[in-house]
Design a protein around this ligand. Structure first.
Ligand SMILES: Cc1ncc(COP(=O)(O)O)c(C=O)c1O
Length: 364
């Protein structure tokens, strides 16, 4: 049977090796075998990104938002405030999370599909010295826009602030230089460009931040970054982890180390270029200006007279799952991600099928 090709930005199609890893023997998380598995994952994560000297990986069971909540809730000193740079749904989510914890926040908003202006970031940092942490989404999956993480990180560092980056859909998909961006907390997940399965996510935390985190009062019992780090350093977990999903992530990280992060970014970049050439030939319109595109997601205007539902259902019948726009973009765009284990032939078939759907749009 032909498989379904997932063109949503995660969960992604995984390899047979990753899927088979789920079938390893049942395991108690308090046994040495799980401890070894967890340490292997933590070590492979930092090695894959070449950051093993300066960062530790802290895992949590849950989707990307779980790790994001672990970072957001644990990173701000008492009485300090957070600057949230927003230009999409995921920036809004960081702000909503920070509000739920009762934090003082300032938001710097740019239009969806446009990068924030560096001068605005600079002004906010100058005018509000109480800001301790700046939060940014690297790849804003809402639109497929890549935010200028390195330039903003340099500013954050210049003003001696901490930098929290949601790279849930960016890690291993687009280039990220942790040192140049001066990242203190980087949030990622198993089931997007890492090509694992959903259920485990993580924070890559700068080791020198840990002493500061220790002094911050516990705000969440489950998602305390410092305490989870302490336990994991000893080879332990605070709570019951999704054991089998860890097996799958370990296999996915073996594949990532074999392909290398650089190699994966290149593969995704080539897939995106091929798709975009096809979209342009079909006359489809992009919502993000060229130069700000990520390697892994393209947001396109729905052609005149074609609804998302029509396009989605037609493509799904042919084995392709596309993704809707969110919130104010839900009626006007559709999104095509190219993350995961997808072949060039499958991308070509998608283009051929999409071309037919939009050139003969009679509902059937
Ligand atoms: C940038 C970004 N942040 C956060 C999330 C939320 O991740 P999850 O749905 O795994 O909780 C997503 C999901 O697509 C995302 O793309």
């Amino acid at each position: 049977m032909k498989r379904t090709v997932l063109l949503n930005p995660g969960p992604v199609n995984v390899t047979e090796r990753v899927r088979q890893a789920l079938l390893k023997p049942d395991l108690c998380h308090r046994e040495k075998e799980f401890s070894d598995l967890m340490q292997s994952i933590r070590s492979k994560l930092v090695r894959a990104f070449g950051i093993q000297n300066d960062y530790d990986a802290v895992l949590t069971t849950g989707s990307g938002t779980a790790a994001l909540e672990m970072a957001v809730s644990s990173c701000l000193g008492e009485g300090q405030s957070m600057l949230v740079i927003r230009n999409g749904v995921y920036g809004d989510r960081i702000a909503a999370m920070a509000k739920a914890y009762g934090f003082n926040i300032r938001c710097l908003d740019a239009p969806w599909g446009e990068p924030p202006q560096l001068n605005d970031v600079k002004r906010a940092l100058e005018q509000h010295p109480e800001i301790e942490v700046v939060a940014l989404v690297y790849h804003e999956t809402t639109t497929g826009l890549l935010n200028p993480v390195h330039e903003i990180g340099e500013l954050v560092h210049q003003y001696k602030k901490r930098f929290l980056v949601d790279s849930i859909s960016g890690l291993a998909g687009d280039p990220l230089d942790f040192n140049r961006a001066h990242i203190d907390f980087c949030v990622g997940t198993a089931n997007k460009c890492l090509q694992g399965l959903p259920g485990v996510s993580f924070v890559l935390v700068r080791k020198t931040e840990l002493a500061r985190l220790e002094k911050i009062p516990e705000r969440s019992h489950y998602f305390n970054l410092y305490k989870n780090h302490q336990a994991q350093e000893k080879g332990d977990t605070l709570f019951t982890p999704a054991v089998q999903i860890h097996y799958a992530l370990n296999a996915a990280l073996d594949e990532l180390l074999e392909e290398t992060v650089k190699g994966r970014i290149k593969r995704y970049g080539q897939a995106a270029a091929m798709l975009r050439k096809g979209f342009q030939e079909m006359g489809l319109e992009f919502i993000v200006p060229e130069g700000h595109w990520s390697n892994t997601l393209t947001a396109l205007k729905l052609p005149e007279g074609i609804s998302y539902k029509f396009l989605h259902d037609k493509l799904k019948k042919k084995g392709f799952v596309i993704y809707a726009g969110q919130k104010k973009l839900s009626q006007s765009i559709f999104r095509i991600a190219n993350m995961g284990d997808i072949t060039t032939e499958e991308f070509q078939q998608l283009l051929d099928t999409l071309r037919k759907c939009i050139s003969a749009p009679t509902p059937s």
